[in-house]
Write a protein that binds this ligand. Sequence first.
Ligand SMILES: Cc1ncc(COP(=O)(O)O)c(C=O)c1O
Length: 439
Amino acid sequence: MTTHSQDLDSLWLPFSANRDFKANPRIITSAQGHHYTTADGRRLYDAFSGLWTSGLGHGHPAIVEAVQKQVAKLDFAMSFQMSNERAIELAARLTQISPPGFSQCFFTNSGSESVDTALKIALAYHRIGNEAQRTRLIGRERGYHGVNFGGISVGGIAPNRKMFSANLLPGVDHLSHTHSLEHNAYSKGQPAWGKHLAEDLEKLTQLHDGSTIAAVIVEPVAGSTGILPPPVGYLERLREICDTHGILLIFDEVITGFGRLGDAFAATRFNVIPDIITTAKGLTNGVIPMGAVLVRNEIYQRFMQGPPQAIEFLHGYTYSGHPVAAAAGVATLDTYQSEGTFAQARELEPLFEQLLHSFKGHPKVVDVRNLGLMGAIELTPNSTPGARGLDIHKRCFWDENLVIRNGMDTLQFSPFLNSRETDLEATFESVRRVLDKAE
Ligand SMILES: Cc1ncc(COP(=O)(O)O)c(C=O)c1O
């Protein structure tokens, strides 16, 4: 181990069991292609492609080169009242691959910032449109929308909200989540049961009066909570109800954007077009932090009123449209196109589904869920909820040289969009060995 214990002491890891990690640290020193290398010189297969981020693999030469060139040419430029060529180029490129009607893009640095930006756009849009009474925001149970105050308010993961419950945004309500072991266990892709749960939104429009609701935000496929694909017809119904009541529909596509479902966006895969899309992660293949909020043209146009010298939306980040991040973004989009990445992901989907569902009937498994290249195996918990999941994650790391993720007792898989079939097969062989041995 080359790391000094003192160095490790200074670190406070996000969303991690810090003491457990420090007792047995898992430290990555380099990555190339589909593998990480650890501080103790082991080579690990990355079955989570970063953290849903790096669908093209690590260290992609086209992205590395673009970043190197850009940082040498323009390392930073002021982002307020000015811009830079790469940000302009990336915005244009993004709107080209966005669903029909989307024509502008607001840059952020993360998924959490994209979510809070989208919520603010929705509230401001109604206020400018003389509907200042539309202040309510609707999220969904088990939804994950990052960690900023807007995101945890509309988010529905109870432990993430608990510590901050007195300080969450007011006027927020939640739809029911769509997971039901009774009705949906082992569904392949979109479950047949659950469309009726979209009627929760109709009920909330009766309870609060639809004219007080600004926006509904959902992940088209809930990711971090353990992969919950939308029931057949569910998203379509949400869209209809939003249309009836003048509510904006926001798709949080921080995970589902850029090929994870074999298409540029979940919106295009499901053919349900929201009003606002939030992105991050795959936008730059995870190489430089960046997010983007995509909006339909009528939303942008509503802001473009008043004296032309007036700032239309008082919101933004020092690093919005950072030139080096934007260069990574342009190279990433180029690569998705030149390598046919989204089609590669689509081709892998049946094998991925088959491998995941081969765990049906395993004594420690209660459900398997998948869509696109998002997959989950839900385990029966042992005496401490989450302990079995973490144990499997660590055994994969130490015994199988394999990185997977656990969310409590659900194992999650986010393979590379350009995975080799033999690597996918080997991944699930490793998982099966570990699962058979584990407590
Ligand atoms: C759907 C969704 N929204 C928002 C976020 C937050 O993104 P970040 O961690 O970049 O702030 C995530 C992160 O996983 C996510 O999955």
